[in-house]
Design a protein around this ligand. Sequence first.
Ligand code: AMP
Ligand code: MN
Ligand code: MN
Ligand code: MN
Length: 282
Amino acid sequence: MTSISTLNADLHCHSVVSDGTLTPEALAERAKANGVNLWALTDHDELGGQERARDAASALKIDYLSGVEISVTWMGQTIHIVGLGIDAKHTGIIEGLRRTREGRGNRAQLMAEQLQKVGISGAYEGALHYAGNHDLISRTHFARFLVEQGVCKDTEQVFKNYLVEDKPGYVPHQWASLDDAVAWIKAAGGVAVIAHPGRYKFTAMQMDELYKHFKDIGGLGIEVITGSHSPDQYKTFGKIAQQYGFLASRGSDFHDPAESHIDLGVLPHLPDHLTPIWSAFH
Ligand code: AMP
Ligand code: MN
Ligand code: MN
Ligand code: MN
């Protein structure tokens, strides 16, 4: 039997329902082919793919946890909170996510206006063309359009030169509050996890405050092994998990076969001394 820390769990990825390019069914097939035995689809601010993902996982005999990645504004920056094991039919979280998605269309129009000013036209329609779910038009869809237009060679270059603070196409946005996001997840019976902490540009003191506040309001986990972390960061955030008493999560953050560096289920295992987030479900 697979021991708890060597289980091939991938608890973070995206489908066409948000900003991934594969369907929930194709992701399930890919997870299976890569040996994943516990999987969660965590689309941004959206639960529309959950039933399809669960059904596909069940047909392939992969254990499944319902998931979501919620966009949150905390101390003036965007952070992401993953919810795992939620009831995807819970009206509280469904309504909260609907409100969180609401401003995306208007933001996208403003992004396109800015890009127009630097000579890039048709970005709104161009991005919308890539959005499998028009309620969830995101910077990723703009990034794909800018690559298609030859403005940048890949999406990585886009996120260096466009769509980020102080660059064309950046529009600040107010997402959900941290307290609301965690409350929705808990009310829906799930556990809340801080996604890719290594990506945030906070000071050490602000990170400390984030961990403490998140814990105070009932947050349980942080991602340690993620496609967004370097091997050094696996160590750093492993220590943070121990220091603050968080359960550790593992997920590729897979979006697309060509764009994503890390495929579903091919990350290093969680270090043995950490308690995996999936222990909360046994
Ligand atoms: P949005 O929710 O519209 O602000 O879009 C956020 C999405 O953009 C993230 O979920 C990633 O998929 C993508 N993204 C953000 N920053 C980067 C980056 N540096 N490299 C690649 N993708 C990124
Ligand atoms: Mn994304
Ligand atoms: Mn994220
Ligand atoms: Mn993600």
